[in-house]
Design a protein around this ligand. Structure first.
Ligand code: RIB
Length: 294
């Protein structure tokens, strides 16, 4: 099957710092790099590196040609990515000595394209294909409704969290992916326990504490542990998890197996600096799992 990913493409500016800066503080970076990022591009890279066929939908500006080359290099299909006048989206990412980060994004082209491009791309989709969404582009709710109506499964990472955006997409979602903070925010907004958010399948990722999969119709509540690693940069770990999970489910793997591989891929990612470029290939993940005795 095919994964269609309506997702952001960012140019990441990454600063390695002794600690995250406080209000009014000026701090000299220990290191500075640029690279491909964006929750959407990261998830496309992860799903493609896991072995899925991935069609990316979104937009870049005149400065974004190299980002598409990079995605293409991993096998992501980018023919439906719109080329617009606005600059490609970007992110300022601060990473501290423990690998934690804080991120500021500027949407740029990610919010500057017409829905027609999404509509045209999804016209080629078939029932059983998967639409991946995050919260960094335009048109999520409309795309989700269209895709669900055409029999696609809709997997939505509600990040960055924004309650109105989440509520607009929620009725069309098959699988909702939240981290623990987002789960608490949504639970407060809906007035229900995080585990009771009304979706067919719910994933809550908890960083080093693992992840939970909840599927009420099958009475399933699975917990997968995170392999223990020395983290240097957690940026993009959630995206790596989501992309690997999407690829596993798209290939027909049972949730247990898809979750275990996704957790291993995310664990490997946090041992490396960078975002899309640091996402491991499937063979590395399998070798890691074999070494861990899984
Ligand atoms: O999830 C990590 C990503 O968030 C970064 O690549 C950055 O671009 C922001 O979108």
């Amino acid at each position: 099957m095919t994964i269609y990913n309506l997702g952001s493409i960012n140019i990441d500016h990454v600063y390695r710092l002794p600690h995250l800066p406080g209000p009014g503080e000026t701090l000299a970076a220990l290191d500075y790099r640029t690279g491909l990022g964006g929750k959407g591009a990261n998830q496309s890279a992860a799903a493609a590196r896991a072995g899925a066929r991935v069609v990316h939908l979104g937009a870049v500006g005149p400065d974004g040609g190299w980002t598409l080359d990079r995605l293409r290099g991993w096998g992501v299909e980018v023919d439906h990515v719109a080329r617009v006048e606005a600059a490609t989206g970007h992110a300022i990412i601060n990473v501290d000595a423990a690998g934690e980060n804080s991120i500021v994004i500027h949407h740029g082209a990610n919010h500057g394209f017409a829905f027609d491009a999404v509509d045209r791309a999804l016209a080629g989709a078939a029932p059983g294909d998967l639409l991946l969404l995050q919260n960094e582009t335009a048109h999520q709710a409309r795309a989700a409704m269209l895709a669900a109506g055409r029999g696609l499964r809709v997997m939505y990472s509600a990040a960055p969290f924004e309650v109105a955006a989440v509520q607009a997409v929620l009725p069309h979602v098959t699988l909702l992916a939240l981290n623990a903070v987002e789960a608490a925010q949504l639970s407060a907004a809906l007035g229900c326990a995080p585990e009771a958010v009304p979706v067919p399948q719910l994933l809550i990722t908890r960083g080093a504490a693992g992840a939970d999969w909840i599927e009420p119709a099958r009475g399933l509540h699975l917990h997968v542990a995170s392999p223990k690693v020395a983290a240097v940069d957690t940026t993009g770990a959630g995206d790596t998890f989501a992309g690997y999970l999407a690829a596993g489910l798209d290939a027909g793997d049972p949730p247990e197996a898809a979750l275990r591989r996704a957790a291993a891929a995310a664990a490997l990612k946090v041992t490396r600096h960078g975002t899309a470029d640091a996402i491991p290939a499937r063979a590395e993940v399998e070798a890691f799992l074999a070494g861990a005795g899984a």
